[in-house]
Design a protein around this ligand. Structure first.
Ligand code: C2O
Ligand code: CU
Length: 501
């Protein structure tokens, strides 16, 4: 565990100050700059960014991790966190922090009702904590910011997998270090299936592909520089800068993850062709939704089905990011249609029956601020302070407001990406308007743009214990835009009862 002295060290490394959000308010980069404290955790880029050459190499599908042993009800995995050299930009070697020497980490495939046990050994020289994002997991296995895996230690995480099929991910959550650890590579996909979902005629097997998208800055010497997202011109899919991917002329299920520590992405096909969203963070949507652009805030996921049969063999189509910076390029990934293949898959008109919207008895308000600091309700995360106390089974509505500071034009207003551990919530409305069908499913992360107010509803359960909620722009959470929630057992009569560790 982290003692006081270590905690101070972590704070000093992470930097106690707020950081620039990545979004600029109207007024643009030339407008009057705002004096913000320096960010000690992120170095100013010293060298030149490696030249962007789109489609220089093939995309890799992260390998699926094999269990080291299996019992009737559980699968045991072992992973080692270690420094590894990988080729992100073609021709350059980059040192990253990895799970199992993979960048991003290997994919864990789980099945509802079968427990997954992961023994994580930290062979890095920094603290880590492994969180299963979107997982319904007992507190002691949740990978909380203070439940650290110290260098040289091994920690066991047990995931019950009692929730519906969903594209989850595992990533670092060490207090104050999560932004840098994730930036340097500590993230991987965790794909949970269940009998209902695997019984649907959706594309499967080699036609079911995770796409972990994120930005980075690789310099000409191959160095990965942890810096402001404005200075990160590289866009990685499954660990390769702007790769190409060879596909068959048929339908694919693409599980799109935004694992960028601090960026939104808005994805569309360059030819404007539509695609179909079938799932969001927490599982299948009630019904498919047609889209021609998909925007994902940090940590959000969407599963889409794309039919490449609309292209002749030999043709290509580029997936581009309309939210690309001026310093980069819009291309993210090129699909090359190289062969035909049989396709019996289809998208059913009804995908899932969503649980009813929780009927709240408790209402809470949260204000996310960027100035003068990234905070929630004016407070910086303190692991020793309970911010919210609730009980198992309580349904709540949370009203979350991204505070817009009235300042002269040109100030930076950061969008936030709100995430709670333990539960999947429903997004009720944004600025009073009901959200569209793509946002109406089971969610664990929701974007909140400057000035916006979003209401979400959830039922706390089933595991009593300590959890956190926070902004998933990881530079913000690393600097304290996070709160602690204690979920007490349902029978608790004494509201002041403390949770043991
Ligand atoms: Cu994706 Cu608290 O994390
Ligand atoms: Cu934030």
């Amino acid at each position: 565990m982290l003692n006081r002295r270590n905690l101070l060290k972590v704070a000093a490394i992470g930097g106690p100050t707020a950081l620039l959000g990545w979004d600029r308010a109207p007024g643009g980069p030339s407008a009057e700059p705002v004096a913000l404290p320096a960010a000690p955790a992120r170095s100013a880029p010293g060298g030149r960014a490696a030249r962007i050459v789109p489609f220089a190499h093939a995309m890799r599908v992260p390998p699926v991790l094999s269990p080291v042993s299996r019992t009737g009800s559980s699968d045991l995995y072992q992973l080692r966190m270690a420094r590894t050299q990988v080729e992100i930009v073609k021709g350059l070697l980059t040192t990253v922090r990895t799970y199992g020497d993979c960048f991003p980490g290997p994919t864990i495939r789980a099945v509802k009702g079968r427990e997954v046990v992961v023994q994580q050994t930290n062979d890095l020289d920094v603290h880590t904590s492994v969180h299963l994002h979107g997982g319904h997991v007992p507190s002691r296995y949740d990978g909380l910011p203070m439940d650290l895996v110290e260098p040289g230690e091994t920690r066991e995480y047990r995931y019950p997998n009692e929730q519906v099929a969903a594209s989850l991910w595992y990533h670092d959550h060490a207090h104050g270090l999560e932004a840098e650890n994730v930036y340097r590579g500590l993230a991987g996909a965790y794909l949970l299936s269940d009998p209902h979902e695997s019984g649907l005629p959706l594309p499967g097997g080699e036609f079911d592909i995770p796409l972990l998208i994120r930005d980075a800055r690789i310099e000409t010497d191959g160095g990965l520089v942890y810096t402001d997202p404005y200075a990160c011109p590289h866009m990685l899919v499954n660990g390769k800068e702007r790769p190409y991917f060879e596909v068959a002329a048929r339908k694919y299920r693409l599980r799109v993850f935004n694992v960028s520590p601090n960026r939104h992405v808005s994805l569309r096909f360059a030819d404007g062709e539509p695609f179909t969203q079938i799932a969001s963070d927490g599982g299948l949507l009630a019904a498919p939704v047609q889209l021609d652009e998909l925007t994902l805030a940090g940590a959000e996921r969407a599963e889409i089905v794309v039919d490449f049969a609309r292209y002749p063999v030999g043709e290509s189509v580029v997936l581009e990011n309309t939210a690309a910076l001026e310093t980069e390029r819009p291309e993210v990934l090129r699909f090359d249609i190289t062969r035909t293949a049989e396709d019996r898959s289809r998208i059913p008109a009804v995908l899932a029956t969503l649980p009813p919207i929780p009927q709240a008895t408790v209402h809470r308000e949260f204000e996310l601020t960027t100035f003068p600091d990234t905070r929630i309700n004016g407070r910086k995360y303190d692991p020793d302070r309970t911010d919210v106390r609730t009980t198992v089974g309580t349904s709540e509505i949370w009203t979350i407001h991204n505070h817009l500071t009235r300042r002269p034009a040109g100030v930076f207003h950061a969008p936030h990406s709100f995430h709670t551990h333990l539960v999947r919530f429903r997004v009720l409305d944004r600025n009073g308007e009901p959200v569209g069908p793509a946002e109406a499913g089971l969610k664990d992360t929701v974007p909140i743009h400057p000035g916006e107010t979003v209401r979400i509803a959830m039922t706390w359960g089933d595991y009593p214990g300590k959890y956190v909620y926070h902004c998933h722009h990881m530079v913000h959470s690393s600097h304290g835009q996070m709160g602690r929630i204690d979920v007490l057992p349902a029978a608790t009569e004494d509201p002041d009862q403390e949770l043991g560790s």
